[in-house]
Design a protein around this ligand. Sequence first.
Ligand code: PNS
Length: 166
Amino acid sequence: MKNRNRAIFPGTFDPITNGHVDLVKRALRIFDQVTIGVLFNVGKASLFAVEERVELIEREFESYGASVVVKSFSGLLADFAKQMDTRVIIRGLRAISDYDYEAQMALMNKSLWEEMETFFLMAREENSYVSSSLAKQISQLGGSVSRLVSPRVEEALRKKYINKVG
Ligand code: PNS
């Protein structure tokens, strides 16, 4: 597959939300293959281990065959993108408050690898408030997160918090 038909969708995915899933599906209308790059960050505590995050994402896209690839990475995204020989990064934008951070990352990545381009997809209106941190917070407090994540992820969150308390 020509490398210009591929894109990387990077993130922490702790855990994957309906907003992420929607962005991947929409990116697949433009790109033949999307690699979901799951950041393995030793310095940052995550609720789900990187293997768990990868597995939840793989199960979310199990019917997509080779068009969705899930890989964990550590270190610089620019290095991961070079390794994958993929120049396009996909990121979602929700509210205007996402812009500053996203612009900083896009510019930093471009300075690290000139060929890298960041494509932004606007989150759907119904996903504009959806985030992994909100899903964790609500789930931890016993609320329903069925509008934010898939039933499988909701169950995984529930189990995490039961185990944490019990
Ligand atoms: O889901 P997130 O937490 O918003 O994703 C952030 C992510 C993983 C895209 C970003 O933290 C990242 O690319 N980290 C790798 C380190 C890196 O390349 N930093 C320089 C670019 S600012």
